[in-house]
Design a protein around this ligand. Structure first.
Ligand code: UDP
Length: 245
């Protein structure tokens, strides 16, 4: 057990590893309601067929996610965020994750451009919400409300909350990034259950959002890794710098 001091002064004991994902490790704490999310520098893309590391990514993404979760909480979106514990560690509420990944899109890119033949960069008439079944063996297939009900992934009431929060998060983040010269192209959210409530979980970072410079359209996100565009760490640092400005 490692003892981790936090700002309030109470101590959280880091316990056993619960799960190791592609970009984060989840640890138990001595409080059954709380977990520690540790952000790694590892990066994967294209269904984990491409692997690498991005220097300092874990530190940068923890700082960006912590700042964004705090901002969203202030705007009335309930999240799992409790506090940033250290460079790479975030204390969070332990969620029962809903196995539905929500994608919100404002500008065509990635999967949408490919599947519907819409040129990357086309501004969408309305934000587009998509659901994907969070399943590595099935490669996260695109699903809709009927699949969700049929698979029993969430109730209709839970999905209504998830949908409403997702559109609100899009408005808040689009506005926030817009003010620091960034276009929010698209992003992915994950939600979970905590004491009967739906909370926003996971992370919000250049790993999970596409962010383009407003003036130059320069990509400042994981597409630099996916497409070998170089200057990856610099791009992540630039997003952090703007968020902090
Ligand atoms: N995304 C993510 N995790 C995934 C798949 C997508 O965080 O497993 C993010 C991705 O970074 C982008 C948005 O969700 O900001 C939409 O991604 P898309 O469906 O276009 O898939 P991709 O092009 O990343 O394969």
């Amino acid at each position: 057990m490692i003892e981790t001091d936090n700002r309030i002064g109470d101590k959280v004991k880091k316990g056993k590893k619960i799960y190791e994902g592609k970009a984060k490790i989840l640890y138990e704490t001595d409080n059954p309601d709380l977990v520690i999310q540790e952000f790694k520098d590892d990066a994967t893309a294209f269904d984990a067929t491409k692997r690498g590391t991005i220097k300092q990514k874990g530190v940068i993404n923890n700082e960006i996610s912590s700042a964004l979760f705090q901002m969203l909480e202030l705007k009335g979106i309930p999240t799992h965020f409790v506090k940033k514990l250290s460079d790479r560690e975030m204390l969070a509420k332990r969620l029962d994750i809903v196995l539905v990944e929500v994608t919100m899109r404002n500008i065509a890119a990635g999967g949408l451009s490919k599947s519907l033949g819409i040129e990357e960069g086309t501004v969408l008439k309305t934000p587009v919400l998509e659901y994907h079944y969070k399943s590595d063996p099935l490669h996260d297939p695109l699903i809709n409300d009927y699949h969700i009900e049929m698979l029993g992934l969430a109730t209709a009431k839970e999905m209504k909350k998830i949908k409403d929060y997702s559109f609100s998060v899009n408005e808040i983040l689009r506005d926030f990034f817009g003010k620091v010269g960034l276009k929010l192209v698209d992003f992915k959210l994950e939600f979970g259950r905590f004491k009967g409530k739906i909370l926003l979980g996971d992370e919000i970072s250049p790993d999970t959002c596409r962010l383009w410079d407003k003036k130059t359209n320069e990509k400042l996100d994981k597409d630099r890794f996916r497409r070998d565009l170089g200057r990856i760490e610099e791009a992540y640092q630039e997003v952090l710098k703007r968020i902090k400005s």
